[in-house]
Design a protein around this ligand. Structure first.
Ligand SMILES: [Zn+2]
Length: 261
């Protein structure tokens, strides 16, 4: 019956190799450019091949298109993953510059250049209230040409709309003290608490949450149909429950980390 061979399932299986081949080529290229580790590359390649094989031969006949969709989604996640890598690199640079600020403050606690750098980073990272209060404290009683750039920046920041939330106290990761805006060292334990706070910028961006959610969806869509096919009914129920519980934990964890950023 040639009709069966060239029906919808046939085309789904054939189409699936387009995103799969694209993913494999991207993974190989990234591995050559050392932007992707060997393990990461192998994971992408085997996932692409696995999903394509499942699209050709789905565990439940007629559902190959589900795996085709997963492959297309997988390909769409490539730029998201690239963005995550870039955002992490950027966060690392910011984190290092804040560590440098605190080293300068150990030498000169009134180092205006260092304090202004810190304030700018905090402003960029969505803490305008803290940025304003820190810069204002540092500029207190100062005037003249030497501090004109900083005074102008402060004036500009203060001219922008601010919310109550922008001045929310930030907890110290060491002692838990909630420090009000404008404080450079924790009021509770004197530690450079903003340096520790900056480390939370490296993880938990929106792109990462999307990747985690996507990974879980893919895993569930692959594992559950196989479980139903291969396991006795009680095994399938256990598998689905275990998957639901684990997914919930991972999602809560991913979003919790994000809240700190
Ligand atoms: Zn503290």
């Amino acid at each position: 019956m040639p009709g069966d061979f060239f029906g919808l399932s046939f085309w789904v299986g054939l189409l699936a190799w387009i995103p799969a081949t694209g993913l494999i080529l991207v993974a190989v290229r990234q591995m050559i450019m050392t932007e992707l580790s060997g393990a990461g590359g192998l994971f992408v390649i085997s996932a692409a091949i696995g999903l394509a094989v499942m699209a050709v031969k789905p565990p439940q006949p007629g559902f190959g298109w589900v795996y085709l969709l997963l492959l297309v989604g997988f390909a769409l996640m490539v730029p998201v993953a690239g963005h995550v890598v870039e955002a992490r690199a950027h966060a690392k640079i910011d984190q290092e510059s804040i560590a440098k600020v605190y080293r300068s403050l150990q030498v000169n606690p009134k180092d205006l250049g260092a304090i202004a750098t810190l304030a700018k980073k905090l402003h960029e990272r969505g803490l305008p209230g803290h940025a304003i209060a820190i810069l204002e404290n540092a500029l207190q009683g100062q005037s003249g040409r030497g501090v004109k750039a900083e005074l102008d920046l402060l004036k500009y920041w203060k001219g922008q709309p601010l919310r109550q939330e922008d001045f929310r106290p930030l907890p110290c990761s060491k002692c838990g003290h909630k420090n009000p805006a404008g404080v450079l060292f924790c009021v509770g334990c004197r530690s450079p608490y903003l340096r520790a706070y900056a480390s939370s910028w490296v993880y938990g961006g929106p792109g990462e949450k999307l990747l985690v959610a996507w990974g879980l969806l893919t895993l569930g869509t692959v594992a559950i149909p196989w479980g139903i096919k291969l396991l006795p009914p009680i095994g399938s129920i256990l598998l689905i429950s275990a998957f639901a519980v684990i997914s919930l934990f991972i999602l809560v964890w991913a979003f919790r980390r994000g809240d700190r950023a």
